[in-house]
Design a protein around this ligand. Sequence first.
Ligand SMILES: [Zn+2]
Length: 255
Amino acid sequence: MLDKLLREVVLIVVGKSAEEIATILNSKKYENEFNIAKKLDLTINQTRNILYKISNVGLVTSIRKKDKKKGWYTYFWKFDVLKCLEFLKGRIVRELEDIEQKIHERRTSVFYYCKRCNIEVNEEEALSLNFSCPECGDIFQIKEGASLVKELEKTKAKLNEKLKIVNEEMEKEITRLNKLKEKELRKIEKEKKEKRLLAAEKRRIARAKSGKTSAKKKSAKKVVKKKTTKKKAATKKKVSKKKVAKKKTWALRKK
Ligand SMILES: [Zn+2]
């Protein structure tokens, strides 16, 4: 259904010959302009002309990518589906207003016509023309409004049906866009959470490291202390040896 409506949009904006582009632009992802040209069997310039016409009324969105080797930009396009539907809705609403107006006129005033020339005028115009046809001079006849009103009512019903379909498609598109937004928000939230967790993990590792280094420093101090005690012990031993030696000498002297 949506595809049919989008085809109608292209038909109104560009014309019958461009209708095929509707199916290509009715895409979730952006389409490369060269691929569009290929699919339509048109030159890139013909394709761009169509795209610009649709773009001028704001019914497509595009992104561009730079070719790193050649240095030029390639454009990618897709429909702004909601805008397309709003565009159609606007037209239908205006048509309905127009028909409503006509039905009202037919019901409240008399119309005159010339059978031969198929010219139709309202009461005011008929009066100014003295109730005779400006083409052939025949006297105007009163036109029965009932059959015309019936026709207008039929058209009105069809338009209302179409308006309902467009509204339904708009609802669908809005729901789809909202879901996309929610998904995007969830993704951002998830990324934020992951960043927070990562930062917390980094802090934890940093704390653990600083804890280890201070422990190392402490143990280093202990080692130093041990060394000094060893040295002290060694000197003590030496001292005691000396003392022993002295004692020995004393002993020798005594002997
Ligand atoms: Zn006439």
